[in-house]
Design a protein around this ligand. Sequence first.
Ligand SMILES: [Mn+2]
Length: 351
Amino acid sequence: MNDSGVVAVRDFLKDRDLDAFLISDKEDQFYVANYSGDDGFVVVSADEIFIVTDARFFSQIKAECPDCVIVDVAKSSLADFLAEKFSKVAIESGSLLTKDYLTLVDKGLATVDGDLVVKKARMFKSAAEIELLQKGASICDQVFDHIGDFMKVGQSELAVADEIERFGKSLGAEKLSFDTIVASGVRSAFPHGGASSKIIETGDVVTLDFGFVVDGYFSDITRTVVMGEASEEVKKVYGLVQKAEGMGIRFAPMVETFGDLDRVVRGFINDTEYGPFIHGTGHGLGLVCHDYPIIRTSNNDQLEANIVFTVEPGLYLENKFGVRIEDDVYKDEAGNMIRLTNSTTDLIEIK
Ligand SMILES: [Mn+2]
């Protein structure tokens, strides 16, 4: 149960003169009601929190959120329950299925979109949440340190990915943040080249992008290494990406919005001979890996304290190689940038 989620939802109800907030996003449900069941809906009114689900989850609800009121979906459908008690309801357009939405419309319920209400509350991390994010990020650093010793020419990308997973779990991670990316040689120019059976060869540039979940909170790191000696071109491109990433972290306390931060990093890369920069500068980190906010030019959210996010510029030269560097960071109350991941960003040549 996170008070800031409940407060944000109830403020929205009050501001918009609504009766209830229907939460369909799983992480939002966990954040607001501490409900971790993988089926059902959370409904927040001015003074109660209901969970509409089936009997598989009743004992779990009693353990996780004993103050919530259980609504048995076998006796009353979501739409029947809402229509009986409420007339104007906030919904989450990003996660409510169209078929469920249509049942609400059928019952004559008025709906207002509140898709980002809980996600914007979730952006701001408490000290306890930052501690969990830090644990995952520290595992990333230890795994990167280990994998540099482990990697050898002749291994497959999958073997390296397996070792990343095994070592991270041995350090206390509960699961991977996403399928590990180990992309070598020309495959490193695929921004999201999942590990394959390709054998890593001498001279290959290798992008390693991985992360671990600790108590539900995600981490995410990318480093690019070279097997053997880096060519002059690789060194040049690497240096530009390293500079762009460092700028992103250094400028974060000086800009107003996440869109501004994207413009700084994007502008720098686009002005090099290897531009344009083809993806977002980064993303929020929290109960999911690509959490709100996505850092792109169109984002106007203020870059405030205690929002944990990634900075991850990259350059991709088709049929040659790619370089990406990514760290997890946040701005503290004093305006200093705090790095959660601390592995060196200097180019590592594995010999
Ligand atoms: Mn990322």
